[in-house]
Design a protein around this ligand. Sequence first.
Ligand SMILES: Cc1cc2nc3c(=O)[nH]c(=O)nc-3n(C[C@H](O)[C@H](O)[C@H](O)COP(=O)(O)OP(=O)(O)OC[C@H]3O[C@@H](n4cnc5c(N)ncnc54)[C@H](O)[C@@H]3O)c2cc1C
Length: 428
Amino acid sequence: MAPLSVNALHDGVDVSHRSPVVGHTLVRGDAEYEAARRDTMWNENVPDRFPERIVQANSIEDVVSAMRAAKAAGQQVAIRSGGHSWSGNHVRDGGLLLDVSRLNRFTIDEKSMTATAEPGLGGSALLAELMKRDLFFPVGHCRGVALGGYLLQGGFGFNGRALGIACSNVTAIDYVDADGELRHASETENSDMLWAARGSGPGFFGVVVRFHLRLFRKPQFIGNVVIQYPIERLEDLVRWIDRIGPAVPPQVELQWVMSRNPSFPPPIRKAARTSPVRIELAVTVMATSRTEAKAAMAFMSSRPKGARIRTPLLPTPMGAMFSGVMQHYPHAQWVADNLWTNATADELLPHLLRVADTLPPPPAHLLCRGSYVSVVLRRLARRRRCQGDDGVVARQCRGYAVAVYRRAVCRRPGAPFAGRFRSRSAAA
Ligand SMILES: Cc1cc2nc3c(=O)[nH]c(=O)nc-3n(C[C@H](O)[C@H](O)[C@H](O)COP(=O)(O)OP(=O)(O)OC[C@H]3O[C@@H](n4cnc5c(N)ncnc54)[C@H](O)[C@@H]3O)c2cc1C
């Protein structure tokens, strides 16, 4: 298919006779370079890797120009949207770092229940706009995660068990290819690129400058229950989740965190190295009514005994939901590891018990999301150079972080990512 004109998508000027690089360009050695490089990372554990040039794009034309310039110079390109890659995948030695975080515009068409969103837009920001219009999209659970990286890597979002993994609701993309041509991909046009965009993560073959999204009606009841258990209940809890997991209705997202700094109730004092490790079970339900929500939560009556705190099922604003999750993600030096597995509770428990025994000082935590997804994160004990895959991180950082994802995260037929594999943090 012929490339699109930039003007076809965006109010802008023809870029064909522009100087090769626009946007704000910083070259290694410039006074502002280091601040700009560090600023591209959410994680304070910034890798010791140094791009030759950083281009802060302000428009799609800037992306086109930067890609053409990179091609002319024979430079490799790394892309940053929200900078939430745990490993700082976009921070590489040499080449061009193309920062598209300023591309954060969106359109919402209530009638056709569709939206377009640029890659630098935060998922929580998009959701706030959608909810004003009684609409919804399965955005991620944290503020700051941008749609660019989130949608490309799949996207486990709020209500994703009912609505599907977020990338399955990307109907088309506009992207700039390696030749600097702006193109469109849909089911009928450049369809292989749309296929690749639904899960390629950091391996996509272009710069996505706009996502076209399918929207949903806002669930009329959004509620949440938080239950806190002492760590001694770990085994009961894991066995219970293993047992009831397959029967948890799709309106419900079941996740638990093992941590010294639980999000509820909001801590009076800062958690310390000696604070006890606790388990927080956070159950979110999104349904058409309170009655439906209560019915979907009925399985909770079989939960293990011995909880210390239990909140009632109450309507919960999304803002409060994001704030609760963000308690676990203060700015810090993080390492994270990811593991997908279909291991049984018996196989997992010895490892989970070991994590409980050795959980480092706050804000480290282990997160098990949904009935099938588990993640462990560990803060870096001290600053170290962390490169390469998670095995290298583990060796270099006196610590480890493991994410355990179990099969059938999303029950929609044909949902990707079923089965057993171990993921690798992408870096350099
Ligand atoms: C605190 C925190 C919470 C998270 N919560 C969730 C969650 O609830 N659900 C979930 O599914 N994931 C979650 N994630 C993972 C997150 O979705 C991924 O790390 C995602 O890649 C972040 O997107 P980003 O745009 O912010 O990151 P970036 O670091 O900007 O992007 C990640 C990589 O994607 C590629 N990329 C980014 N933008 C583009 C583009 N426009 N075109 C082409 N390639 C591009 C680049 O290779 C880049 O290195 C979380 C991560 C963090 C740190």
